[in-house]
Design a protein around this ligand. Structure first.
Ligand code: MG
Length: 257
């Protein structure tokens, strides 16, 4: 199903997006060497409740996961990249952490992810990988003009990731979002320009370029959820929810200044 939001729903989507962007920023600023992933999960739970929002994750049972997720945020460390289930792990200096969060507020969901390095030791390859996903996201957003097609976004994202030297996994990518977290259309991180669903004002999309250092192949962790690189290499992931407006794309999940 593809949802086109009306003006009231779009106004709500902006509030949902600001909440998600704000929570991610708050979590990033509190995360230090020694922080436990389960603490980040509990901070998230409290911040969502404080805002009167609802977690899109805690009861989520997806075909690609085992049982309800049971947590409030995805925490993916180093070789983990998607659907990272928080575990009893204390972050170490130089860990590459991805936080991915979806929250529903007033009936509209927003979804965003950030990757960053914990502590002081910042490997150049990690910084380059994070930078590539951020640049790919910016290119994908720039391509998300009304009248363009989903394939134009996919092409823009994939071109940046490919030029940076990364292989692209076609199994997991971006998606429509609205009254629920995952909707059509699927937005692959590589695709053919001019193909796919035509973008129109009122459509919300979550765009999410992600890469792994030296592979495109994933393996599922024993926890039934966390997806890791098959080679054990490190990974990065960046995501925003955007609205298609008559004037162009608008980012809804920007961190508050
Ligand atoms: Mg998403």
């Amino acid at each position: 199903m593809i949802e086109i939001l009306d003006a009231r729903e779009l106004a709500q989507a902006k509030e949902s997006g600001a909440l998600v962007g704000g929570i991610l920023q708050s979590l990033k600023s509190r995360t230090v060497v020694g922080t436990n992933l389960l603490d980040i999960d509990q901070w998230t739970k409290a911040l969502i409740a404080e805002a009167g929002g609802q977690s899109c994750y805690v009861d989520y049972e997806a075909s690609f996961g085992r049982g309800p997720f049971g947590h409030y945020i995805c925490t993916a460390v180093n070789d983990a990249v998607l659907h990272g289930k928080p575990s009893d792990y204390q972050l170490a200096d130089g860990d590459l952490l991805t936080l991915d969060l979806a929250v529903s507020l007033g009936g509209i969901a927003a979804d965003a992810a950030i990757s960053f390095i914990v502590g002081e030791t910042k490997a150049p390859e990690d910084l380059a990988m994070i930078d590539a996903t951020e640049r790919a996201l910016a290119a994908g957003i720039a391509a998300a003009r009304p009248g363009a097609r989903v394939g134009d976004i996919s092409r823009a994202i994939g071109t940046v990731l490919g030029a940076a030297g990364y292989q692209i996994n076609m199994e997991f990518g971006g998606h429509g979002i609205g009254s629920t977290m995952h909707q059509d259309p699927h937005v692959s991180n590589m695709g053919r320009p001019g193909r796919g669903y035509q973008l129109r004002p009122g459509l919300l999309l979550a765009l999410e370029p992600w890469v792994m250092q030296d592979t495109a192949e994933l393996v599922t962790d024993d926890d039934g959820w966390t997806l890791r690189s098959v080679t054990g290499c490190r990974t990065a992931h960046t995501e925003h929810t955007i609205a298609i407006t008559p004037d162009g794309p608008e980012i809804l999940t920007k961190p508050s200044a």
